[in-house]
Write a protein that binds this ligand. Structure first.
Ligand code: S3P
Length: 445
């Protein structure tokens, strides 16, 4: 986990960004590949795993519950699972660090096993709501005692056999959906989840890939009914993790904003439930080309070629919020440099991410001279029309990796450099971020 010593850094760009780069593996797919491999009998291999702190927290937890997980010298991770139903009682508390995905998905796994696990996390994670998973997992029979407000630290006492449920998600959340599906994996009968809005579908794709019986029906109005038959036997897999589009977003927006730039980001996952940022940027006038489209490990992938562009403000579409939910902080930076007004609404969920991303982005953007109005469910931003922001401020990252990286990019398009008070949270999702940006021409001090 990132240490107690803050690591400040100052970002600026002396000239255009250029070059070709990859980004680390997809965080969502990496978590799921470890969890499902740890439940298959036999050896699974995972290539391109994100070796960030969040994913390593998942690896440590699966080891504590009996799986063997090793990274080979060839960078391939080899996992020997315990079988569905075979998770062992962990001896100590499971430290989830900063990772909401680890916490919520693992709570689902524990809920239908005859084990008890305590979940702890850092100051950011300990503020985040867990009631959204406590409720459905409680209906399945798990006994969960949480800290006040349904927060960490909390203890899950699983029930085996658990009770299958039919559950309609009250919030658009892939983590809640996945927690229920993972609990359903070791529950007799059929567990069903209805999601009114499509959220990232990596769990569904991967559960099927591992051999679980899972069906998805669509109602034509965007809602999806997902059914999983429990007590499944999972077969070990060879998984190749594509680059994370949520990480690619930072060099892509940096190249769009810094005049004269041209950058290629290779091997980026473009699952339609993840890639809406690139569509929205194009609607704003971005020159973004997907080259060399292909499929990697059951996910669509391409190389993204991006050139500096003059962007126009827009009203961001509400239908695709879930498909770019992690990308709003960096989109707000793009909007701050666009011509005219951007109105982004329907973003209540941003208030319960690693930080309150609406408030923290509004405050930080104002500190570097952007014109921003905060709404309950979003932001209104009046852009500079491409002129640099004044910059010159120090931004508090508040244990939020995406806040830190968004303002690092803002530093590249500010007259005076922008300082981030602590870059250490970036190691949760994007190890090597500063070096990668330096390689493209940014200056990091
Ligand atoms: C994730 C789902 C999203 C996203 C998070 C990763 C996942 O969270 O913000 O970074 O891997 O399932 P919600 O389910 O809270 O929307």
């Amino acid at each position: 986990m990132h240490g107690p010593t803050p690591r400040p850094a100052r970002f600026s760009a002396p000239g255009p960004l250029s070059g070709t780069t990859g980004v680390p593996g997809d965080k969502s797919i990496s978590h799921r590949s470890l969890m499902l491999s740890a439940l298959a009998i036999g050896e699974s291999r995972v290539e391109g795993l994100l070796e960030g702190e969040d994913v390593l927290a998942t690896a440590a937890a699966m080891r504590a519950m009996g799986a063997t997980i090793e990274r080979g010298e060839d960078d391939v991770w080899r996992i020997h699972g315990v079988g569905v139903g075979g998770l062992l009682q962990p001896l100590g508390a499971l430290d989830m660090g900063n990772s909401g995905t680890s916490t919520r998905l693992l709570m689902g796994l524990v809920a239908s096993h005859a084990i008890t696990a305590t979940f702890t996390g850092d100051a950011s994670l300990s503020k985040r709501p867990m009631g959204r998973v406590i409720e459905p997992l409680g209906l399945m029979g798990a006994d969960i005692s949480a800290s006040p407000g349904g927060r960490l630290p909390l203890m899950v006492r699983g029930l085996c056999p658990a009770v299958p449920i039919d559950y309609r998600l009250p919030v658009a959340s892939a983590q809640v959906k996945s927690a229920i599906l993972l609990a359903g994996l070791n529950t007799p009968g059929i567990t069903r989840v209805v999601e009114p809005v499509a959220t990232r579908d990596h769990s569904e794709r991967m559960l099927r890939g591992f051999g679980a019986e899972l069906t998805v029906e669509e109602d034509g109005a965007g809602a999806r009914l997902i059914s999983i038959r429990g007590e499944a036997d999972l077969r070990p897999q060879h998984i190749v993790v594509p680059g994370d589009p949520s990480s690619a977003a930072f060099p892509v927006v940096a190249a769009l904003l810094v005049p004269g730039s041209e950058v290629t980001v290779t091997n980026v996952g473009l699952n339609p439930t993840r890639a809406a940022l690139f569509d929205v940027l194009r609607m704003m006038g971005a020159d973004i080309v997907f080259a060399n489209r292909r499929e990697v490990g059951g996910e669509p992938v391409a190389d993204i070629v991006v050139r500096h562009s003059v962007l126009n403000g827009i009203e961001t579409p509400v239908e695709t919020v879930a498909s770019m939910v992690d990308e709003y902080p960096i989109l707000f930076v793009a909007a701050a440099l666009a011509q005219g007004r951007t109105v982004a609404r329907g973003l209540e969920e941003l208030r319960v991410k690693e930080s309150d991303r609406i408030a923290v982005m509004a405050e930080g953007l104002r500190a570097i001279g952007a014109r921003v109005e905060e709404l309950e469910d979003g932001l209104i931003i009046d852009g500079t029309g491409g002129d640099p922001l004044p910059g010159g401020a120090t931004i508090a990252a508040r244990l939020d990796h995406r806040i830190a990286m968004s303002f690092a990019v803002a530093g590249l398009v500010s007259s005076a450099p922008v300082t981030i008070d602590d870059m250490s949270p970036v190691a949760t999702s994007f190890p090597g971020f500063a070096a990668l940006m330096t390689g493209l021409g940014a200056e990091v001090a």
